[in-house]
Design a protein around this ligand. Structure first.
Ligand code: SAM
Length: 428
């Protein structure tokens, strides 16, 4: 990989002699040539700028000086002309990955108001040269040098043999997973009164891995919802969907992408009390829920439209779901209804997980110790998802409130045979 940097401040690039990039130069993995743009001027003052056509503040860099410089440093074969600019494409990790396959990258560091526009226009028409105008972010620096250093460092660390442990590249923010990295810690275990999360010192690798994934998802939800929006639902497991649901992210129609919804709870005293949006089964659902004495309804609203409701009503007593012993703990039943476009396994899992979480957080007020949910018997995938959320199937135990509803099936109105699954709400 050959970097050719054109700048009026060559001294700026001594930064590239240190650290891994410096070592990579010594080891011949990369070559970095820094050129003074003024070497291609022909006037006595070595001037690289001129007044702008059309007037206005500031100076513009002269095209003929730039063209002479680029032509001169360009080697044979394909190359990239990288031009830092606050008006360029925001630089992303996948740009760096693509650029890491280039043979030569020429970086043109602008100053003043920037470079005459005809320079990029001209080189964009040239064969075997890709012009890549890129921005470090939505702010303005004095010159392109910082952006050039960023590009050299970002591209170099993706080259083979550059980073000691290549695994460290795959787990990073903006890696293949498309989410930010989990929080990281080193010794001591307690620093200024702040303890390292206990799971990290447990020696349980599975639990550590899961914790890291949960925290990475949470951090991404908080800081970079734009990245969450781009995640592919197909790669998300039940636990991922549960964590994302904490922030209102659920699998959208067709499970293609995640959608940010408003999740909330309303008291329910009858059909007139809830706002159904366009849910087709809603009136039937309300009637059934009212019959059953539903106390709450949880709703998910997307762009002003209700896409799912879950009614919570008392369901008699349940066998303790924790230890299988007979008990007489009060139970509730969660009965969801979905907009047909949203009625997918992944949406159900996220929405149910969030409803269960909400219920659990007020289990004491509600005094319920377990929750029943009906699941279509043939839908093994959904049952598997629910099992990984902590539900288990109840064999031969169908509380009256659940089984009594058999002929008037309201869980999505599918009218198929269901099984009952149960989830412990209390922690005793
Ligand atoms: N007049 C330009 C504009 O408004 O788009 C800004 C010119 S800036 C003062 C001078 C040079 O700094 C640019 O030509 C570019 O090389 C570099 N630069 C400034 N901000 C940058 C950013 N956010 N990303 C990449 N390069 C930047």
């Amino acid at each position: 990989m050959h970097f050719s940097i054109l700048t009026i401040f060559p001294q700026f690039f001594s930064a590239l002699d240190c650290s891994l990039v410096g070592k990579a130069q010594e080891r011949g993995i990369i070559r970095v040539d820094v050129h003074n743009l003024r070497d291609w001027t022909s006037d006595v003052h070595h001037s690289v700028d001129d007044v702008p056509y059309g007037g206005g503040a500031g100076m513009v860099m002269r095209p003929q000086v730039w063209a002479a410089a680029v032509d001169s440093v360009r080697g044979a074969g394909k190359a990239v002309l990288a031009v830092p600019s606050p008006a360029g494409k925001p630089l992303r990790q996948n740009d760096l990955l693509r650029l890491s396959r280039a043979r030569q990258i020429i970086i043109a560091c602008g100053r003043y108001e920037g470079i005459d526009s005809r320079v990029t226009q001209y080189y964009a028409q040239q064969r075997d040269l890709e012009v890549f105008e890129y921005s470090l972010g939505d702010y303005v620096l004095n010159g392109g040098e910082v952006a050039a250093v960023a590009l050299v460092e970002g591209v170099s660390r993706l080259l083979p043999k550059m980073v000691g442990n290549p695994d460290s590249l795959t787990e990073e923010s903006h890696g293949a997973e498309g989410i930010l990295e989990y929080p990281i810690y080193t010794r001591p275990a307690v620093f200024r009164g702040i303890r390292v999360p206990e799971v990290l010192t447990s020696g349980n690798h599975g639990a550590v891995e899961r914790w890291r994934r949960d925290e990475a998802l949470r951090k991404t939800c908080r800081r970079r919802p734009d990245l969450i929006q781009n995640l592919s639902c197909a790669r998300l497991g039940a636990r991922d969907l549960e964590v994302l649901a904490e922030y209102g992210w659920f699998a959208g129609p067709g499970e293609a992408r995640l959608c940010k919804t408003e999740f909330g709870k309303a008291d329910f005293a009858g059909p007139g009390e809830a706002r159904p949006g366009s849910l087709p089964a809603f009136s039937q659902m309300c009637a059934s829920a009212a019959d059953l004495g539903a106390q709450y309804v949880y709703t998910a609203v997307y762009e002003g439209k209700t896409v799912a409701c879950a009614f919570v009503s008392a369901a008699g007593e349940c066998v303790s779901p924790k230890n299988g012993e007979d008990g007489h703990s009060p139970a509730c039943v969660l009965q969801p209804v979905f907009d047909p476009a949203w009625d997918t396994d992944r949406f159900r899992v996220g929405f149910t997980a969030r409803s269960v979480h909400a219920l659990r957080s007020e289990a004491e007020n509600l005094a319920y110790s377990c929750l029943y949910l009906r699941v279509e018997k043939g839908n093994r995938d959904l049952q598997r998802y629910y099992r990984s959320l902590g539900f288990r199937q109840v064999r031969g135990i169908f509380p009256a409130a659940v089984s009594g509803n058999e002929g008037n099936h309201i869980a999505g109105g599918r009218g198929k045979t269901d099984i009952t699954m149960v989830f412990p709400l209390s922690v005793e």
